[in-house]
Ligand binder design. Structure first.
Ligand SMILES: [Zn+2]
Length: 181
């Protein structure tokens, strides 16, 4: 059972790049998700916890919040909290920076969720990870899209789309290249 967290950016941001855990510990992948934002935007802790890192790593501002069994990471962020600060879910931990963005020339928040040494999909914290579903490239959207069904549509050639029209809108172009399960 995943904890229920809050989005680190408000309003609910577009997911620019999804979670893609590497096959090997040092392999290629994406150890978190990138959320579209603007420089200076407030960044919030997804869960209550305690700040265990607030500083710069290789020039990039990083904030880490410990939640007990897991921790969340936020970057590039100019921290407004210090190590040891207790934060509530939704509490501001800093402001989004452009330097170090994974989405250059645009600003975005790289949001990570880690249990020990294992990277998890932080979208699970906001119930946005969801199963991937297939939609036909042409024609009407299947009737069940947006109905809350979690069934997987296997018919038709198509773009993979996360569940629900709301998710589709948030994912934008990312949905088009989302991986099949
Ligand atoms: Zn990233």
């Amino acid at each position: 059972m995943d904890p229920v967290g809050t989005w680190p950016l408000t309003p609910v941001p577009a997911v620019v790049r999804r979670f893609d855990p590497p096959d090997l510990p040092y392999g290629a992948g994406h150890r978190g998700v990138d959320l579209a934002g603007r420089p200076g935007q407030e960044v919030r802790s997804a869960l209550p916890g305690q700040v265990t890192f607030a500083g710069r790593i290789a020039g990039r501002g990083v904030v880490v919040v410990d939640h007990g069994p897991t921790r969340t990471t936020y970057e590039p962020v100019a921290a407004s909290v210090s190590v040891g600060t207790a934060v509530a879910a939704g509490a501001v931990v800093g402001r989004l920076e452009l330097a170090g963005s994974h989405c250059q020339p645009h600003a975005c928040l790289h949001w990570g969720w880690i249990a020990g040494r294992t990277y998890l999909d932080p979208l699970r914290l906001v119930d946005a990870a969801g199963p991937v579903r297939l939609l036909p490239l042409t024609g009407e959207l299947p009737a069940e899209v947006g109905s809350g069904s979690t069934g997987r549509r296997t018919g038709g050639v198509g773009a993979a789309v996360s569940r629900g029209v709301g998710s589709l809108a948030r994912l934008g172009a990312d949905a088009i290249r989302a991986r099949a399960p």
